[in-house]
Write a protein that binds this ligand. Structure first.
Ligand code: CA
Length: 386
C-alpha cells in the first residue's frame, strides 16, 4: 500500500459566547482534521492540535512540507515516516507547529493500519487493559460576567448532576480570586467529587506555592500547569513544596522534550497531548519513559471527536501503574463546553455524555477498526473554511 495524498480540513464556527482561560478569551471554535489517502482506497484520519490561526500554519506544514516527503511511502511504515519527517524538520523546529502537523498525519497512519488489518487501534497497541474508562468533566472556563463564582458553582453542580465524579475548572486570575472560585466550586460539588484546577501556566513558582497550600486545604486533586512549561525548576520546586499533585505536559513535545520533564521529576502526573507531541508513534515512547519513572499519565485531550476517539484507544491500552488487583484507572479528559466538532462531526457520535450519565461517570471502549469512527463529510463541508 502507498500514500497517495494528504489533505488538511480546517473547520471553524463562531461560538455563541466567548470562553476564557488565563491567557486569552476566544470566540471561534476550530478543528483541524488530517486525511491521509492511500492507493488502495483506505482513508485514515487524524487531528492536529492548534486552534485559531495556528491551524492555518499547521495546514501549510502538512500539505506543503510533510505531504511531499511521505507521498509514495507505505503507510504501515509509521516509524520510518515519523523519523524521515522529523529529521528533515529538526533544523526548523523541534517543538510546536511542525510536531502538531506531524501528529495529525501519524494518527491517520495508525487509523489506516487498523482499517487495513480490521483491528481497533487499542489492539494494534497491544490490547485493552480495561473495558471501561472513567471520564472527568472539564468545564468552568472564564466568561465575561460579573459573578463568575455563581456561574462556576452552577456549572460544576450541573456536571455532577450529569454523572461526572471528577471535574476540572480554570483558575489563573490572581491567587485571591482563584481561591474564591475554587471555594465556591468545592462547596457546590461537595466533599466527595474529585476536583482539579488548571492555571494554564500563568504563575511563577513563588506565586503558585502559597496558592497551592490553600488549594490543598480545599482538597484539590491536581494543580495543572501552575508555571510556564520552560520553568522546569519551578515545577520541581512545586512538587517538593506541596503534597498535592502537580500536573503538566500538554505544551511539551517529543521524547526528548518529555525526557527532561520526566527525569527531572517535574510533575506528579504527566499530561501528554497526542495530537501535538508527535502523534501516537511518539506518545508510546513518552508513555514508556513516564512509566519507567513511575509517573502516572493522564492524557491531555482537547479538540474534536477524532481526538477523543484516539485517546479512548490510548487509555484502553495503557498498562496499569504499578499494577495490582485494584489499580488506579487513567481518566479520559472530556471538555464539556459547547463544541459541535466534538458532538456532531461523526456519523455515529461517541455518546460520551450519554454514557457518563448512564454509567455513573464511565464510558465503554470504541468499536470498529482503526479509530473506530466515521466522519460525516457533509458536516465537514458545511464548516470547512479552506
Ligand atoms: Ca490544561
Amino acid at each position: 500500500m502507498k500514500i497517495r495524498n494528504v489533505r488538511s480540513h480546517i473547520l471553524q464556527y463562531r461560538l455563541e459566547e466567548e470562553l476564557g482561560y488565563s491567557q486569552q478569551y476566544y470566540a471561534q471554535r476550530t478543528a483541524h482534521i488530517i486525511e491521509v489517502i492511500t492507493d488502495e482506497g483506505i482513508h485514515g484520519y487524524g487531528e492536529a492540535f492548534g486552534g485559531g490561526t495556528v491551524a492555518f500554519a499547521n495546514k501549510a506544514i502538512v500539505e506543503n512540507v510533510i505531504a511531499p516527503v511521505i507521498c509514495g511511502m507505505d503507510p504501515f511504515d509509521r516509524e520510518v515516516i515519523w523519523h524521515r519527517v522529523y529529521n528533515l524538520l529538526r533544523d526548523h523546529g523541534q517543538k510546536g507547529m511542525p510536531l502538531q502537523a506531524l501528529s495529525g498525519v501519524d494518527i491517520a497512519l495508525w487509523d489506516i493500519t487498523g482499517k487495513a488489518f480490521n483491528l481497533p487501534l487499542y489492539k494494534l497497541l497491544g490490547g485493552p487493559f480495561r473495558d471501561r474508562i472513567p471520564v472527568y468533566g472539564y468545564g468552568m472556563m472564564f466568561r465575561r460576567v460579573a459573578d463568575l463564582k455563581t456561574l462556576f458553582a452552577e456549572e460544576s453542580q450541573a456536571l455532577v448532576a450529569k454523572g461526572f465524579k471528577a471535574v476540572k475548572m480554570k483558575i489563573g486570575i490572581g491567587p485571591k480570586e482563584d481561591l474564591d472560585l475554587v471555594e465556591a466550586v468545592r462547596k457546590a460539588v461537595g466533599p466527595e467529587i474529585r476536583l482539579m484546577v488548571d492555571a494554564n501556566h500563568c504563575y511563577t513558582a513563588r506565586e503558585a506555592i502559597p496558592l497551592g497550600r490553600e488549594l490543598e486545604r480545599l482538597r484539590v486533586f491536581w494543580f495543572e500547569e501552575p508555571v510556564a512549561p520552560e520553568d522546569r525548576q519551578g515545577y520541581r520546586d512545586l512538587c517538593l513544596a506541596l503534597d498535592m499533585n502537580i500536573a503538566g505536559g500538554e505544551a511539551e513535545f517529543t521524547r526528548w522534550g518529555f525526557r527532561d520533564l520526566i527525569e527531572g521529576r517535574c510533575v506528579d502526573i504527566l499530561q501528554p497531548e497526542t495530537c501535538g507531541l508527535g502523534g501516537i508513534t511518539e506518545y508510546q515512547k513518552v508513555l514508556a519513559l513516564a512509566h519507567s519513572h513511575f509517573i502516572p499519565v493522564v492524557n491531555h485531550v482537547w479538540g474534536s471527536a477524532v481526538a477523543v476517539a484516539t485517546n479512548l484507544h490510548l487509555l484502553a491500552a495503557m498498562p496499569d501503574l504499578p499494577g495490582g488487583l485494584h489499580p488506579v484507572q487513567p481518566m479520559l479528559e472530556y471538555d464539556t463546553t459547547p463544541n459541535l466538532f466534538r458532538e456532531e462531526l461523526l456519523v455515529t457520535s461517541l455518546g460520551i455524555l450519554e454514557q457518563v450519565s448512564r454509567n455513573g461517570g464511565w464510558v465503554a471502549l470504541p468499536g470498529g477498526p482503526g479509530l473506530g469512527i466515521e466522519i460525516d463529510f457533509d458536516f465537514v463541508k458545511r464548516f470547512s473554511v479552506v
